[in-house]
Write a protein that binds this ligand. Structure first.
Ligand code: HEC
Length: 155
């Protein structure tokens, strides 16, 4: 009898914990930004990276590379799996790891020609991942005009 009561108590406690965990998980899901929002922020840093490197503002460029990297890591952390696209956790690093490293090196070297090559490669990889994720209609390109006139890009 004692054993039975003990067992019942354990079962009750465990199911209460499971319920609470599920509630917390639901709350966390409600608060997390959508993948489209995270990507929108990555897009801003992608543009700002171009403006700052072209203006020779390598400190700002380095900052933007870091922000893109953070955005990609947030993507993997919050959406290791996304809708019908399985394994974003594999796709993102596969598409971007090498390019991000190259890009970072060219920024540290402050070499605009090498930067432009690495920048194009990253942009191609953004699009390769969009293709792999059934989002081939989202096409990223090198900025063709200046945005963010409220921020100074010249050093
Ligand atoms: C998994 C690989 C993956 C990589 C790498 C990736 N994206 Fe995305 N991106 C997605 C997915 C998936 C969506 C669609 C999200 C949705 O359906 O809500 C998306 C959406 C977007 C959007 C659409 C937002 C909008 O509102 O129009 C932009 C912009 C974007 N990505 C920019 C980028 C840029 C810039 C890079 C590279 C620096 C990049 N993405 C790299 C998967 C990726």
């Amino acid at each position: 009898m004692k054993k039975l009561i003990f067992f019942l108590l354990i079962t009750l406690t465990l199911s209460a914990c499971a319920l609470k965990t599920e509630r917390l998980q639901n709350q966390a899901d409600a608060w997390k930004p959508g993948l489209g929002e995270i990507m929108g922020v990555i897009q801003q840093h992608h543009a700002k990276l171009y403006y700052s490197a072209n203006a020779g503002n390598w400190a700002l460029a380095e900052y933007q590379v870091g922000e893109i990297q953070e955005g990609l890591e947030t993507t993997v952390r919050l959406y290791p799996q996304f809708k019908e696209v399985k394994e974003l956790s594999v796709l993102v690093p596969a598409a971007t790891k090498d390019d991000m490293e190259d890009l970072s090196k060219t920024v540290k070297k402050k070499n605009i020609n090498e930067f432009l090559t690495a920048y194009n490669k990253l942009t191609d990889s953004c699009n390769a991942c969009h293709n792999a994720a059934n989002r081939g209609f989202i096409v990223i390109q090198t900025p063709t005009a200046m945005e963010f006139s409220n921020q100074k890009f010249e050093p």
